[in-house]
Design a protein around this ligand. Structure first.
Ligand SMILES: *[C@@H]1O[C@H](CO)[C@@H](O)[C@H](O)[C@H]1NC(C)=O
Length: 438
């Protein structure tokens, strides 16, 4: 999930450091790594499954290795021990983000939280996002919205169950993530038609690859329209969303910058990119693992049954009491993607490994860093954890799941797709049957 945003950007951060080393010492201080070709560097070593390729390279060259990807100097950090060096011991040295060719083409480039230099601008933007969207109080204020949206999803899965139809979980869970994000950020849901019928996330993903400029224009228009609508709205009754809140900062000035429309759009874009598909991706991995491990699925269902019973749905407040569910989420985050050096039986899905363990996912234990760590760690951690627990609990409590075409649990395809969030390459399809007694 946010891991890849963090990892990718973390790697970009090292570029300047490496460049400095190169110019000062003529390569002497670089970590070991494959030599690579002129111009392309080591790009040819990364195939269809880059996480696996990088893992294999790390076994050969070490947990801090140097790769040249095209013209980009890159340092890849692949173990808990090395991550701690970069994100804790020397965090301040790596907290900034150098000017970067890629970021320039990304939406609002270095004005955004992800790519801004470490300094007063970045600190202030981060504080605003925290205060206006990601604080516990704000997260709570959107609780009834989440309840409503998740209930809609449950209802649509229930229809599939009634008709013994296959449920397209990828489609439903991804759409839910986008709907909830849009309601928090912009005050309403946006239909796929706004993006040529293809949906926000698929357009966003295109923007990260080939069609950066065209996609940036689409999103720029989209944010402009939302800002105009908010500025013109006379409806004082409606619940304040994130856009309302940050528009109040427009025109405010600090010594070295002023918050303008561009900065507002950068914040909107940051929050959209960071939350639209991250929690959904985690929930889909967790569901897939549960379908592959029916005993674990039963154990989660049993736990929820004990706390909630079978006569009502799960509420967000129930999830605090669901310890095994929490272990399942941790285990999912640990495994996708995995650091094999830090764990015993690293490739196996065993939530029980977190029983009586004091390893948490919040960034102090470097063998599991779904939200990164240090100054640049994910600001949306609490929101992400809340959404993942609630949605997963609901889907598991309301339904039993069966794979289509008599597929056996261990036949479910778990191939990863490389991107900002490491997501499932194949859509998750399953047949639900409703199990509550109401
Ligand atoms: C499931 O949903 C995804 C995402 O919307 C879509 O690309 C895919 O075609 C759907 N698959 C089926 C079998 O309906």
């Amino acid at each position: 999930m946010a891991f890849w945003i963090w990892a990718t950007i973390g790697v970009l951060a090292l570029v300047r450091f490496v460049q400095a080393c190169i110019s000062k010492t003529k390569n002497k201080m670089l970590p070991p790594g494959p030599r690579g070709f002129p111009i392309f560097g080591s790009l040819h070593l990364l195939g269809k499954f880059p996480t696996m390729d990088l893992r294999q390279l790390a076994q050969k060259y070490g947990d801090i290795m140097y790769l040249r990807l095209g013209l980009q100097h890159t340092v890849v950090v692949s173990s808990a021990r090395a991550a701690e060096l970069f994100l804790k011991t020397h965090d301040l040295n790596f907290a900034s983000r150098p000017p970067n060719e890629g970021a320039k083409h990304l939406i609002f480039g270095q004005k955004s939280l992800s790519f801004a230099e470490y300094g007063s601008y970045w600190t202030n933007m981060r504080k605003i996002c925290m205060l206006e969207l990601l604080s516990n109080q704000k997260i709570n204020s959107f609780k009834s919205m989440r309840r409503e949206e998740v209930a809609l999803l449950i209802k649509s899965v229930q229809e599939d169950a009634n008709n013994r139809r296959i449920s397209n979980l990828t489609d439903k869970v991804m759409s839910l993530g986008i709907d909830m994000t849009c309601r928090m950020l912009f005050g309403k849901k946006y239909k796929d038609e706004e993006f040529g019928g293809r949906g926000i996330v698929s357009v966003m993903k295109e923007g990260l690859t080939k069609k950066m400029k065209a996609v940036n224009n689409v999103f720029d228009d989209f944010y402009e329209k939302i800002i105009d609508e908010h500025l013109q709205s006379k409806d004082t009754e409606r619940t304040k969303d994130f856009t309302d809140a940050i528009l109040a900062y427009m025109g405010s000035e600090e010594s070295d910058y002023r918050i303008e429309r561009l900065n507002i759009k950068a914040m909107m874009s940051d929050m959209l990119v960071a939350s639209a598909d991250t929690s959904s991706t985690t929930v889909l991995w967790a569901l897939s693992e549960l379908m592959r491990h029916p005993q674990v699925m039963k154990k989660v269902q049993k736990e929820i049954e004990n706390v909630v019973g079978l006569n009502r749905m799960v509420e967000e407040s129930d999830t605090e009491k669901l310890e095994y569910l929490d272990m399942v989420v941790k285990e999912t985050m640990r495994l996708h993607p995995v650091d094999p050096s830090a764990w015993e039986d690293a490739e196996k899905f065993v939530p029980e490994r977190f029983e009586d363990s004091n390893v948490y996912v919040r960034g102090h234990h470097f063998q599991i860093l779904p939200f990164g760590s240090g100054r640049r760690r994910c600001v949306g951690m609490q929101l992400g954890i809340t959404v993942v627990h609630f949605l997963l609990a609901q889907l598991v409590h309301c339904f039993d799941w069966e794979l289509p075409d008599n597929m056996l649990p261990n036949e479910l395809d778990m191939t990863e797709e490389f991107g900002l969030a490491v997501s499932r390459a194949k859509n998750l399809l399953a047949i639900p049957s409703y199990r509550l007694q109401n």
